[in-house]
Design a protein around this ligand. Sequence first.
Ligand code: ADP
Length: 498
Amino acid sequence: MMKNRLKILFVSSEVAPFAKTGGLADVSSALPKALFEAGHDVRVMMPKYGCISERKYVLRDVIRLRKIPVVIRGKEYAVSAKSAFIPETKVQVYFLEYKPFFDKKDLYVDSKTGKDFANNAERFALFCRAALETTRLLHWEPDVIHCNDWPTALIPWLLKNDYAEDVFFEKTRSVLSLHNVAFQGAFEPSVLPKIGLPAELAREGGNMEFYGRVNFLKLGSLYADFLTTVSPTYAHEIQSSEVMGAGLDSVFRARKKELIGILNGVDYTIWNPEVDPLIPSKYGAANLKDKLENKKALTERCALPFSPDVPLIGMITRLAEQKGFDILLEAAEKIFELNLQLVILGTGDSLYEKRLVELQKKFPQKLSLHITFDDDLAHLIEAGCDCFLMPSRFEPCGLNQLYSLRYGTLPIVHATGGLADTIVDLNRDPAKGTGFVFSEYSASALFDAIQRAVESYIDTKNWQKTAKRAMKLDFSWKTSAEKYVKLYSKLDSIKRKN
Ligand code: ADP
């Protein structure tokens, strides 16, 4: 029997719009919203980073959470919590504050040095423990604690160890969502005493041991009552090889009965060209011609020639190997021989940045580069481009290809993870196609897909028909949220794994 109203604590290291480095933030805002709309009691917890404006988001003190004692190996850390709602909703977010750890504006990487914060293990271990202590002080016993990625991955272990005898959490089950297993939170074993974990976890073959280091994601993956990934294909991929599982494939295989993929959805209140306040000309499938005004605005902003006949391709991405920059750079000279324009918005690896800057100098009429994080420009790119490029080596789900579909901006993607689950190749299936898909991860296969897109663009009528088909697809969170609720509801029957 499904319980009617579940109490769900959603714990995440980033939540849009408060703090975001990638797709995790979008999910951490949209999924709780969808769960709330489905009638559940959802609360979100995240760290209070220095970048989160208390004034802008109207953060309020919560009297009983002014001083939350979190004790780690006899040392007391005084955490406090403030609260606010996700904008335009009634979903409550608690911001856990411990200034010595979280006062900097950056989330994981110090932008001044380009390096991870040296105390990331201590920062997020404290966050995990503080989340549980805060929940207790709220006298709100969650049915499920939904954890996300390595920064929250100690929680499943804590529930079954430090809190094992605590009646407060007796009925609480844990879910750990794997948004990207390449990020694992691996540290030197010497951090264990500092974060209050027993040394045996680091022994060879121990639950946290990973090539001589200690690994948060491994521990969470072993102890969570259930694991999810953000697309069905990615759930298979991470078990399929050492490379795709980033070395944890055997752990994921061991949990295969408790591991499913649930595709991420889209928050169409934010990503919808019919109502998007960040684009100059609103449009939908019924007035697709108005999209062209956005192309004009985008080319002006990018100092590119405005040419309705030339396909404009967009990318919004971290500049990271994962995102396919090795094959893109290898194919670049040939790509720019084609009749197209490319806009890239992204930040990340300085090596890729340098190579892209060189390319822009060489092809100023064809490539416009924006090395920054800019949400407004991201929306304009979705609206103004004809195609969206995601040549990712691997992609757990990917959100931008889903946004692109709604904006009638046909995705060109490598067939991996969520990209494989969501985009149908137009040449292979002209009746259902929504984009251009290449299977082999290589510069030549990427080039071939881009070339096919450029050729297809010439047939304006069919292009528009395809764009309209893409725009009508529905990847809203409602369906995915229902799958999570189904999963949460069956957790009661799962015996605790020790
Ligand atoms: P990932 O989480 O691996 O970075 P996703 O496609 O799942 O990739 O999500 C990326 C999210 O971050 C999207 O909402 C995208 O628009 C946004 N994003 C990434 N880079 C930038 C940037 N430089 N400026 C604005 N938004 C960005």
